[in-house]
Every structure is written in C-alpha cells, then in structure tokens.
Design a binder for this molecule. Structure first.
Ligand code: ADP
Ligand code: MG
Length: 601
C-alpha cells in the first residue's frame, strides 16, 4: 500500500489550531486586547459590529511592529515574548504561545496597520484565510490597528455554532470588562454598532470598578491589602449589601490575568460564611500577585485556569484577608456572641447595619418569619411593653411563632396611625412598638416586582389599547433580542407587533403603565439590561419584572398623599418578601421606642 500520511498545509493546520484559541468573537477580543497590553498600550479603542461577527477592531497606542515583525506575527508559534521553555517561568506577559494572530488569520479577514515610534511610515497588511493578499507602507499613527472581519467566513461549521448576537456580545463584554478591571491605568473605550458603550478614562481601581458596575457599588466596596512573602493580595470585596443572587461579579486576577478557580472562590466565599445567605454571591475584584515561577499559566487553552504551587496557603491567606476586611468594616454591629440580637438596630444608622444579614442567618431566620411577625407589629401592643425587644426580632432564635387565628386575613393598622412622608422619599408609619421607616421607592419596586412575576406566571397581564399606535425603531441585533423578549412583554400587557424591517408597532400598554414614561426608552433599557446580564436564560422573568419595577415605581422625591402612602404600606406587607426590594436593598427599617428612649436619656 502506498504511503498515506501527509503533512497538512499550514493553512489547514492553522485552522485546526484556531479551534482551540479562537472559539467565538470574544476569544478574538481577548487575544487582541492582551496583545495591545503586552505592547505597552495606554489607550485602547475597541469597535465591534454585530457582536463581532462582522467586525472586531482594536486600535492601540502601543509599541507597534516593524515591517518584518508585522509579517512574522501571523506565523504560527511566532512570538516576541519567549525564546526558550525556561522563559515560561518568568512570564509576565499575557501572551506567549504565538498562536493567536495566526489562528485569527486562518479563520477571518484581517487587516493590520502598525507603526513603530521611530519610523515615518508604517505597514499595512491584509490577510484572508492565512494568505497574505497585500502588504504596503502606509501613513499610520504609532501603535497598531487590527481589524478582524467576517469571522469564520471560511469555516461555515463554526459560524453556524455561534450563538445569538446578544449572547456573543455578552461574552465580548465579559472579556472587555475583565481587562478594564485589571488595567485601570489604561484608557479604554468600546463601541458596538456605532454606539458608545464604555468610555473609561485612566484611573484608580476603585473608580474603574465604579466605571464598570455603576455608582451604586461605590459605597459597598471594602479595600483589601495584605502582603506576604508568597503573595500580595489587593483589590476590593463587596459588603454584604453588594451580594447578589447571580454569579458573575466575581473577579480574580493573578498577575493581572483573569482566572477562574473554584477553589479560591471558595476561600472568598468562606470569609462571608454566616454573613450572607447560601444562595447569594459576594462581589469581588481581587488581585493576587505571585512570583511567576510559583504558578503555571500554560495549562489551559484560553489561560483561564492556572496551577499554583502553594494553593492551600494562598487559600488561607485569601480567606483571612477577606475576613479581615469584612470584620473591620462591620465590627460595631457584627456581634457573633449574641445570636439573639434581633433586627433592632440603633437609631444612628438609617441604612441597615452591615452585619444585619449575619445575625439573620445565624439565627436561622427565614424570610417568611419576617412576614408572619409583621402582623404582630401592628397588633395593639401597649406602649409600655415596647421596651422589650421589637417583636420582629425577639424570637428569632426560636421557631417563628405561628400567626394567630384570623391574623392572616386582615392587616389593619389602628386608625390613628397615619403615615408621614419625609424628604419626599421615606414614609414614617407608627407601629405599636415604635415606628417603621419605609423607603417608598424600594417598597413600590417590591410591589411591582411581585405583581409582574404573577402576571408572567399566569400570562394574563391586562392591556389597555392606545388611541394612536406608536412605532418603535430598533437596530438589527436589538430587534432579534426584542423578539426573544416578546412573550414576556406580552404577558405583562404590552401589545407589540413586528412592523416592517426593524420596527415594532405598539397597540396597547399595561393598564397601570405610567403615561409619562416612554415605551421606547423602557424597551431600550430593557435590551441593554438583558445584554448586560449573562444569565439571561435562567432568570428571564425576574429580570423583566425587576426592570419593570425599576422603571415604573414611585421614585424618591415624589410627594405622596396619606391615602397613597397607606395603600403602599398595605400592598407592601401583602408581599411575601416585604423586607427586601428586588434589587437587594431593604424596603424598611424599624425603630423601637425603648431604644429611642434610651437614646434620649
Ligand atoms: P503571543 O501574544 O502569544 O506572542 P500572538 O499571535 O498573539 O502571540 O502575537 C504574535 C506577536 O505579534 C506578539 O508576540 C507581538 O510581538 C506581536 N503583536 C501582536 N499584537 C501586537 C500589538 N497590538 N502591538 C505590537 N505587537 C503586537
Ligand atoms: Mg497574543
């Protein structure tokens, strides 16, 4: 039989290799961002079209490449970062395998423009499916611009496996955000389909975290800095208030490389033990700086996992560092010796004390217990008795008392208990043992959220027809996403219909829709939100309900009449989980007369 083994041509070998490195548009984004960082760039502009399926372009102000290097860069195993195997021990650069550019060039059209600082002219190079089509000198700014278009155009099987634009773009955002967090000193911008999504100036880590996650996080960050011989730990962890039901806001960087490690995640989680509920996840952006010789970054195709020589010790250090930060922050209220310290907290804080959830958890406090105990607050406890711990928290260490006969049916505060509004944001409602301070916005969000969930479940949201149907315009990718969200919107009472190429026509709105709100703006922000949340398949309904609640709720700063307030209070306490807003904040806090008297002595 004749010999049958043949060496594959480079173009095919590269395509096969690309399967490992370049799996989706986000992989391209990761590799080129890392290359620009390795090239010392301080400014990066990322431009994406159609979730990277048509275009991914990065413009950096890094070192640039010489004419020869520009050509070499696309050869397989061509790298400027290591020369011999031992160099891997000292690796501080993000890349080192020399595979990324070759892989991209094998499965897309690539255009490179690059210039070194000390050259007058730069180089332009065009490659498609590993074939160099054109190379010429060009005028170009110092640095590199790399455009990857029509990804997988020559590998239809792979292209077919790409997910919807929304999902692919979410993956791109993940990569972008990781780099943004790891390199606050680098200026970064991101455009998608000509829309600017991020413009992050160079700054410090804390500001960058706020730039990525929004202002809400700013007062929920606890700094960490712990230096040891083996590892330096830095960054921020979230307070218990920053905990979320969803995973995803956990960032661990080792030598500024984003990594996944369930073992080390566990270390952080362990620091929160008993502070947060089982199903909640702490927020963190943590940096470990370790001697590169004591880790192996070459064990995973996308380098998202690494091996540590001293994993156990690092685990301990990390846990202690986080515990320390949490402890410093919450010492005055976190009292582990007193499990029966209830939900009563001092008047000096209007915000819930940081350790609150800790005590709740320790006492095996269940949310439904809050609800059951609610009715008791309004039961006619005489003022003299109020020196006792507030009913709400007094029996936390025991099983919650069963509600009394009939207590379930009605919920009627005594008539003289008129609510007052202060700062047009909070409602003070007298109760037997003191008073409640209710956050009107959070409370209304809870009410709307619950209503929406019910509608989504029953699929029966009433709709009122509008007199003059309006049309809404969307981009192609937004339209695709909106179509996915349509059933939910319909269930809430939105009567929408596809209309022409990228337009929708609105025939009806939910009956309680506030007329002042723009439906286009509502849907657009819903789409943004959907893109931003990676777990969109799993909690579709909750997200929609949350969004509706946020958008339609009474706001802080809105004046309310006595009846409106009472109605709000009644509806709040008809909710199963009246204590918490759907965004994790508290809807109310209680003030106990006994405590107040003590304060005033
Ligand atoms: P690696 O990053 O593993 O070295 P790549 O295929 O990603 O491999 O890149 C190959 C080489 O091209 C790099 O080693 C670097 O010298 C050069 N290079 C890639 N991107 C840039 C850039 N944005 N600026 C300057 N040089 C670059
Ligand atoms: Mg690289």
């Amino acid at each position: 039989m004749a010999d049958i083994i043949k060496l594959l041509p480079d173009s095919i070998a590269n395509q096969i290799a690309a399967g490992e490195v370049i799996q989706r548009p986000a992989s391209v984004v990761k590799e080129i961002l890392e290359n620009a960082i390795d090239a010392g760039a301080t400014r990066l502009h990322l431009l994406i079209r159609e979730a990277g399926k048509t275009l991914i372009q990065l413009i950096d102000n890094g070192s640039g490449m010489s004419e020869t290097d520009a050509r070499m860069a696309f050869e397989r195993h061509a790298t400027s970062k290591i020369r011999k195997a031992e160099d891997l021990q000292f690796i501080r650069t993000m890349g080192f395998r020399g595979e990324a550019l070759a892989s991209m060039a094998a499965v897309a059209r690539v255009e490179l423009k690059t210039r070194l600082q000390d050259r007058e002219l730069g180089t332009r190079l065009q490659i498609a499916a590993s074939v160099v089509e054109n190379q010429q000198p060009v005028q170009a700014p110092v640095g590199t611009s790399l455009a990857i278009s029509n990804l997988f155009y020559n590998v239809p099987a792979r292209r077919k496996f790409l997910k919807s634009d929304a999902v692919e773009f979410r993956n791109i955002l993940d990569e972008f955000e990781r780099i943004a967090l790891a390199y606050p000193e680098i200026e970064l911008s991101l455009h998608h389909n000509d829309q600017e999504l991020y413009a992050l100036p160079r700054t410090q880590l804390k500001q960058r975290i706020i730039g990525v996650f929004g202002k809400n996080i700013s007062d929920k960050l606890l700094p960490i800095e712990e230096n040891t011989d083996l590892v330096n730990i830095g960054g921020y962890i979230g307070t218990v208030d920053a905990c979320r039901k969803k995973r995803g806001e956990q960032y661990l960087f080792v030598n500024r490389r984003f990594i996944r490690s369930s073992y080390l995640h566990h270390a952080v989680r362990a620091a929160y033990e008993s502070l947060i509920r089982e199903e909640d996840h702490p927020f963190y952006v943590l940096f470990l700086d370790i001697d590169p010789a004591r880790i192996d970054v070459n064990v995973h195709p996308s380098k998202h996992e690494i091996k540590f020589l001293d994993e156990r010790i690092i685990y301990q250090y990390l846990r202690v560092a986080c515990r320390h930060a949490l402890g410093q922050y919450s010492e005055p209220v976190l009292d582990f010796e007193q499990p029966d310290r209830g939900m009563v907290h001092t008047l000096s804080t209007s915000a819930p004390p940081p350790g609150l959830k800790a005590t709740i958890n320790q006492a095996h406090y269940s949310e439904s217990a809050i609800q059951q105990d609610w009715r008791k607050i309004y039961e006619g406890i005489k003022p003299e008795q109020s020196g006792q711990a507030l009913v709400l928290g007094s029996n936390m260490s025991q099983a919650p008392a069963a509600p009394e006969e009939g207590a379930d049916e009605t919920f009627s505060p005594a008539p003289e208990k008129t609510p007052y509004q202060i700062h047009q944001s909070f409602i003070i409602s007298p109760i037997a043992s003191g008073f409640l301070l209710i956050d009107q916005e959070a409370a209304h969000q809870r009410i709307l959220f619950d209503q929406c969930l019910k509608k989504l479940e029953s699929q029966k949201g009433d709709s009122q027809q509008i007199l003059f149907p309006t049309t809404l315009q969307f981009s192609g990718s937004d339209k695709a996403l909106l179509l996915e969200l349509m059933p939910g919107l319909k269930a809430l009472g939105f009567d929408l219909e596809e209309f022409g190429q990228n337009a929708f026509i609105v025939h009806g709105l939910p009956v309680d829709w506030k007329e002042t709100e723009s439906i286009q703006a509502f849907i657009e922000s819903l789409l943004r939100q959907t893109l931003e949340e990676s777990d969109r398949k799993t909690n579709h309904r909750e997200r929609l309900a949350r969004h509706y609640a946020r958008y339609q709720s009474i706001r802080a700063g809105q004046r309310l009449g006595a009846e409106e307030m009472q109605h709000l209070i009644d509806r709040l306490f008809a909710c199963e989980d009246s204590a918490w807003s759907p965004f994790g904040g508290r809807c109310y806090t209680t003030f106990d007369l006994g405590e107040i008297r003590k304060k005033l002595k």
